[in-house]
Design a binder for this molecule. Structure first.
Ligand code: BGC
Ligand code: CA
Length: 289
């Protein structure tokens, strides 16, 4: 793995959630605080950006060619041409200090997303799933910053990060969206920064982004051991996805420094990076609609 290339430089405040659609060879990403999402077709030069009415926290392609997103407290269907938003369901409307955060589709086509406390202090968040049948269900409780989600290739395990715990949890998972037998897969307590978004490669290893930690690192979730880490010139590395024709490019999002972080003139936070991976990934799952 190695040299990175910058796909887009410093345009995002809280750049997040890259996702890939092989049908149009397009990488999408979002800016939660900038309230927009962008896309770039590989080989093309033009980045397209559409505004959202609230804080978009995840974006997923669907099997029928639409886009779905979590924005603020809701799940939405998005018209990919003009950005029109159609509300599908809402959660936690009574908790104004919460919002949706990271979300992704599972191998069966259900859209999972967690919520977070915007003050990053109280475990008032939860994990939800919007099923392909249109049911919105709460699955787990008590998260402060629900973040990275991934499923293994065999469709039997689900991995999840609640950022302040600095751990990746693993659960047994089934087609009916039941999670059981939760335990710690990776403890990142001694690592730089905090685990944020993640993705799994085709060998079943997890790629975890380090908020406040300048890197993306690869872990074996069966042993809890770190395999490699790739440093990036951004403090807040937020999420990653495999893309490209052979799914061997890792697109990595990042965020600008927050007010609470020391100023650092050389920080490239807000860029989207592309790394050539020494392993391929798994195609981003599409929402079943
Ligand atoms: C959230 C941010 C948070 C960061 C680090 C991101 O997923 O959207 O608000 O500061 O994780 O925990
Ligand atoms: Ca995140």
């Amino acid at each position: 793995m190695n040299q990175y290339e910058i796909v887009t430089e410093r345009t995002e405040i809280l750049g997040e959630g890259p996702t890939w659609d092989s049908r149009n060879q397009t990488v999408y990403w979002i800016d939660i605080k900038g309230m927009h999402f962008s896309s770039l077709r590989l080989g093309g030069k033009n980045i397209e950006t559409l505004k959202t009415k609230g804080m978009i926290s995840s974006l997923v392609p669907s099997r029928s060619g639409k886009l779905y997103a979590t924005i603020g407290h809701g799940y939405y269907r998005i018209n990919p041409t003009n950005g029109d938003e159609e509300l599908l369901g809402e959660v936690e409307k009574d908790i104004s200090s919460n919002r949706f955060n990271d979300g992704k589709v599972d191998p069966f086509g259900n859209y999972w997303a967690g919520t977070m406390d915007m003050n990053e202090k109280s475990p008032a968040g939860a994990l939800y799933v919007y099923t392909h049948e249109g049911d919105l269900k709460k699955v787990l409780n008590h998260f402060t910053i629900s973040n990275g989600l991934s499923w293994n290739y065999e469709k039997k395990k689900f991995y999840h990060i609640d950022t302040p715990t600095r751990k990746v949890m693993v659960y047994d998972f089934d087609e009916n969206c039941h999670l059981t037998n939760g335990k710690v897969a990776v403890d990142m307590g001694h690592e730089d920064g905090f685990p944020d978004g993640m993705n799994m490669d085709s060998k079943g290893m997890l790629w975890v982004c380090h908020w406040a930690g300048h890197q993306v690192s690869q872990w074996n979730p069966d042993t809890g051991k770190k395999l490699q880490s790739i440093k990036l010139p951004a403090t807040n590395v937020t999420s990653c996805v495999f893309g490209g024709k052979d799914l061997d490019q890792l697109f990595v999002s990042s965020a600008k420094l927050t007010d609470a972080q020391a100023p650092n003139v050389s920080d490239m936070g807000g860029s989207v990076f592309r790394l050539k991976a020494d392993v391929s990934g798994v195609e981003t799952y599409k929402f079943k609609d």
